[in-house]
Unconditional design. Structure first.
Length: 421
C-alpha cells in the first residue's frame, strides 16, 4: 500500500517537472515578443542606434553624435521576432502616451475650393469700327471723347464725301432718262459699298434729292475706345472714325491653374464676388475655358459673361472668382498620414494583429487636408499621428527594407543603405 502511494507521488512529481521543462522550452515560441525570461545581459546585441536617426547603426554603446542622448541597443531576438511577422509592434504604453490616432481609408470625392483674382473687361463680341470708306472732310465732330458711353444711333461726326455726291447725281440722271432697274440698283449698291449710310440711301430713293452732308452714327451701344477727329480735318477712306466696344454683358476673366483643368466640368460650381458690391450676388449662367495656356504662368483663361444692363460693372474693375470643384471618386485618407521621403511615398497601416505595416502608395491629389491615393484598399486603417516613432521603429526592424522590392529600389536608395553601414 505504501509502495503504490510512493509510486503515485513520484509519477506526479515527474510529470510536473517534465511539464515545466516543456513549458520553459516552448515559451519563446509561444510569446516571441516577450523578453521577460531573459535579462539584458543575456541578450545578444546586434548594434546600437539613435532613435532620432534610426538609419545610422553603431557597433558599440555611447552618446549619439546627433542628439544629446544615449544610444539604444538593438537585440537579435527583437530582429528575429520582427522578421517572423509582418510589420512591427510598438509598446502599447508608449502608443497611449503618444495619443496615437488612426483612420480608415474610404472612397469619396476630393473637394477643391479656390479664390482667384479676376478682371472685368469689355465684351469683344460687341465690337464696332466706324469708317467713312471714302475720302472726304469733316464738317462737324460731336462732343464725344474716349470713355464716353453712347447708345446705338448716337451721332458721331458730320462729313462731306464728294464720291457720294457724284454717285447720287448719276443715280438721279439715270432715273430721269429711263435707266433700267438693274442699272439703278447697281448705283445704289455702289453707294452702299462706298460707305454711305443706309438711311441716306433710302432717303435718296424716296425724296430724289442730292445730299451733301452725311452723319455717321454709332452702330451699337457701348463705350468709345478710339476717337481722334477734329472739325475741318480731311478724312481718308481707311481712317477710323470711332471704335466702340459693348459693355452688356461684360466679360470677367481669370487665370486658372492648369492642374485644375480636368475638374472644370459641368459639376463645377462658380460664383463671383466684386469688392465694389460686396453684398450682391452675380449670377454665372455660362462660362468657357479658352483653349490656350500661358506657357509662362502655366495657367488657363476662363471667361464669364455677366449681364450689365444697369452698367454698374466697369471694365478694369477687380473681381474674385470662387471655384468649388469636385474630383472623381477615389480612395481618400488624411493628408498628414503620408510620409514623403522624396524617393517614395508611404503610409503606416495597422493590420488585423495590431502590427504597424509600412505600405508604399502613390499620391494622386491633395486638397483640404485630404489626399487621394493609389495603392490602398478601402477600409484599411492608417496612422495619422505619431508617424515618426513608428516609421523609425519600422526602419530599425527592417520592415522598410522588406518594403523595398527589386523593381522599386533606386541607385539613390542603394547608396543610402550602404552609407548607413
Amino acid at each position: 500500500m505504501v509502495s503504490s502511494k510512493l509510486k503515485l507521488a513520484i509519477a506526479v512529481a515527474g510529470g510536473l517537472i517534465l511539464g515545466s521543462i516543456i513549458m520553459a522550452m516552448a515559451y519563446p515560441y509561444l510569446y516571441p515578443d516577450s523578453q521577460v525570461s531573459r535579462s539584458p545581459a543575456e541578450r545578444e546585441v546586434l548594434f546600437w542606434y539613435d532613435p532620432m536617426k534610426p538609419d545610422t547603426k553603431f557597433d558599440k554603446p555611447g552618446k549619439s553624435p546627433f542628439m544629446d542622448m544615449d544610444l539604444v541597443p538593438k537585440y537579435r531576438d527583437e530582429a528575429d521576432a520582427s522578421e517572423d511577422a509582418e510589420g512591427v509592434r510598438i509598446n502599447p504604453v508608449l502608443l497611449q502616451n503618444l495619443g496615437l490616432k488612426t483612420e480608415k481609408s474610404h472612397k469619396g470625392h476630393l473637394q477643391y475650393r479656390q479664390r482667384l483674382p479676376a478682371n472685368i473687361g469689355f465684351n469683344d463680341h460687341q465690337f464696332a469700327i466706324v469708317q467713312a470708306r471714302s475720302d472726304g472732310f469733316v464738317e462737324r465732330v460731336y462732343p464725344l471723347t474716349l470713355g464716353d458711353k453712347v447708345q446705338a444711333g448716337t451721332p458721331l461726326i458730320d462729313i462731306t464725301i464728294p464720291e457720294w455726291v457724284e454717285a447720287q447725281s448719276e443715280y438721279l440722271l439715270l432715273s430721269a432718262t429711263g435707266g433700267t432697274a438693274g442699272e439703278l440698283k447697281g448705283i445704289l449698291e455702289r453707294l452702299r459699298l462706298a460707305g454711305m449710310p443706309q438711311e441716306d440711301i433710302q432717303r435718296l430713293r424716296k425724296e430724289r434729292v442730292i445730299q451733301t452732308h452725311f452723319t455717321l452714327k454709332a452702330p451699337i451701344t457701348g463705350v468709345i475706345t478710339a476717337f481722334d477727329l477734329r472739325n475741318g480735318m480731311n478724312i481718308a477712306k481707311d481712317n477710323v472714325v470711332a471704335q466702340i466696344q459693348g459693355i452688356d454683358p461684360v466679360w470677367v476673366t481669370a487665370a486658372v491653374p492648369e492642374s485644375l483643368a480636368a475638374l472644370l466640368n459641368d459639376a463645377a460650381q462658380l460664383s463671383l464676388s466684386i469688392p465694389a458690391y460686396p453684398d450682391e450676388d452675380f449670377v454665372i449662367q455660362q462660362w468657357s475655358l479658352l483653349p490656350g495656356a500661358d506657357p509662362a504662368t502655366r495657367t488657363l483663361q476662363i471667361r464669364i459673361p455677366i449681364n450689365n444692363r444697369q452698367q454698374r460693372l466697369k471694365p478694369g474693375m477687380n473681381a474674385y472668382l470662387n471655384l468649388h470643384l469636385q474630383g472623381p471618386e477615389q480612395v481618400l485618407i488624411p493628408a498628414p498620414a503620408i510620409i514623403d521621403t522624396g524617393q517614395q511615398q508611404r503610409v503606416i497601416t495597422v493590420n488585423s494583429q495590431g502590427r504597424f505595416v509600412p505600405k508604399t502608395i502613390k499620391l494622386v491629389r491633395e486638397s483640404e487636408s485630404q489626399a487621394a491615393v493609389e495603392g490602398l484598399a478601402e477600409g484599411e486603417s492608417v496612422v495619422v499621428n505619431g508617424l515618426f516613432l513608428i516609421d523609425s521603429e519600422a526602419n530599425i526592424n527592417g520592415a522598410l527594407e522588406r518594403l523595398q522590392t527589386p523593381e522599386n529600389l533606386t541607385d539613390d536608395s542603394l547608396r543610402t543603405e550602404h552609407s548607413g553601414h
